[in-house]
Design a protein around this ligand. Sequence first.
Ligand SMILES: [Zn+2]
Ligand SMILES: [Zn+2]
Length: 161
Amino acid sequence: MGESVLKGRPLTPRGLDECQKCRKTVEEDCIRLGLFERWHAPCLQCAECDQAASILEDAQLPPDAESRAPKRRALPRPDGFTYVASNFVSPNAIEVAHIFCRAHGQRNSVSGFEAVSRLEQFAFLLNVALRRLWDHLRHAGVITAASGRSQIEGLVRVSLI
Ligand SMILES: [Zn+2]
Ligand SMILES: [Zn+2]
């Protein structure tokens, strides 16, 4: 949770809060690759068979677990999914060319997808919003890069505690 969007690559025109597949804002538990590439679970689809990363439904949980445990949403399950990159800039900036399910993994495809809880995604969206605010204020000349960065980074740190 300590990673700051402020230290990442510059904002891309299409924004950081969009799903890499459908380009809609991701406001729920999801799947990420590195820090920035994110997908709705149903949008992480195999290039060969269209199978998507599933979310484990309550019905699939053992009956025991369901009756005793408080009801909670299961995380998306990207296990077994792999990708081939078209461009590997850094571990946090990977351009994905193709995604494969467990059955269709290629010899050169690699794992790295991780489930993101709804809370973690909300914290990420907050980071993105603060980053936009910082860009805007700096562009408007309200703050300088040096003073603004430390102020906004302070806010981000507080927001993630
Ligand atoms: Zn999507
Ligand atoms: Zn497949």
